[in-house]
Design a protein around this ligand. Structure first.
Ligand code: COA
Length: 331
């Protein structure tokens, strides 16, 4: 039997505390106008001391299952895109699995930096299409504020915390409203363009045990525009579609200038591009599921619409996906 993977519900959770550009002026030599003009970011949300990637992810997951009317025990698999896990182990996915009562589910994290959620969603699609899972909870959850160097103005203004979740369900009936294509790519030769150290770092290496984001902003900017454009066109082609068929572009929310350059490259109207980077900054793996949820709740996606998602991050690792919106997606 052939199974199709359909998005059945979306959810998101942002921590309460908001950090404005004016707040950042007190921390580093920056100003609101520079940040807005160079990045489009006005505010970002910051996790409270008691919060973590798993606690943000748990809230997003609970909201998603609530709107879907699905019990935790119906879930077969919990996948989490994160590069800021609470610890080296257990996985954030296991913590979420426990919190939502997914007693019949397997659970693991996918670390592809910002591309974690799209990688997890692609993996979930495989589990559904090959018949080994019926319901998969896919979460992107991050606390970038924990690995930002708050004395580095070139990076600390860019990132924020948050979580988004998506419930993927199997349907054997028809392909209407299913995930149509996905493409994942990586170039580890550009690892030094964007990285953070960690506990497993070799002792004689520029990577440090301090997990701080280090970035060559201009190199990442160039790669972002080029690779997300190429991946988007490949995903559209693999779905048997053309750019004119795409109803909404939900890109990684890292920088408004990157998003505008991507739309220009694709010859795609900004009217059909979803953007919320001004509110949340770059929440890494969480940007796309949060944006997808907001687009869904704002009524911007109708059943049958084709939604293109694309992302890039540390690795470098990037990807794109085309999904046709299902006729029963809750929000
Ligand atoms: N406030 C004020 N000035 C700043 C600043 C800040 N927060 N950050 C950098 N500057 C300064 C630089 O020091 C530089 O000064 P100089 O000309 O005197 O040397 C100047 O602004 C221009 O720096 P530059 O790095 O060329 O700016 P930019 O236009 O490339 O913008 C980024 C910087 C980081 C916003 C941009 O490169 C970017 O968005 N890159 C991609 C980042 C990204 O998306 N990363 C995550 C991917 S998942």
């Amino acid at each position: 039997m052939t199974f199709f993977a359909k998005i059945a519900a979306t959810g998101a959770y942002l921590p309460e505390k908001v950090l404005t550009n004016f707040d950042l002026e007190q921390l580093v030599d920056t100003n609101d106008m520079w940040i807005r003009e160079r990045t489009g970011i006005h505010t970002r949300h910051i996790a409270a001391p008691s919060e973590s990637s798993s606690s943000l992810g748990i809230q997003a997951a609970i909201r998603t299952l609530d709107v879907a009317g699905v019990d935790g025990e119906e879930i077969d698999l919990v996948l989490v895109g994160t590069c800021t896990p609470d610890g080296m182990f257990p996985s954030v996915a296991s913590r979420i699995q426990n919190a939502v009562g997914a007693v019949n589910a397997g659970a693991f994290d996918v670390n592809a930096a910002c591309t974690g959620y799209l990688s997890a969603l692609s993996t979930a699609t495989q589990f559904i299409e090959n018949g080994s899972a019926k319901k998969v909870l896919v979460v992107g959850a991050e606390t970038l504020s924990r690995i930002v160097d708050w004395s580095d103005r070139t990076t600390c203004v860019l990132f924020g915390d948050g979580a988004g979740a998506t419930l993927l369900e199997a349907s054997s009936k028809k392909d209407f409203g299913s995930i149509r294509s996905y493409v994942l790519r990586s170039d580890g030769g550009q690892a030094d363009a964007l990285f953070a150290g960690g506990p497993g770092a070799p002792t004689e290496h520029p990577l440090t045990k301090e997990a701080h984001i280090m970035m060559d902003g201009r190199a990442v900017f160039r790669a972002a525009v080029e690779e997300m454009s190429k991946a988007s066109l490949t995903a559209i082609h693999n779905a048997g579609l053309s750019i004119d068929d795409i109803d909404l572009l939900v890109p990684h929310q890292a920088n408004e200038r990157i998003i505008r350059a991507l739309a220009r490259n694709l010859n795609f109207s900004m009217d059909k591009v979803f953007m919320n980077v001004e509110k949340y900054g770059n929440t890494s793996s969480a940007t796309i599921p949060i944006a997808l949820h907001e687009a869904n709740t704002e009524g911007l996606i109708k059943p049958g619409d084709y939604v293109l998602m694309t992302v890039i991050g540390g690795g470098l690792a990037w990807g794109a996906m085309v999904v046709q919106w299902s006729d029963y997606c809750a929000s």
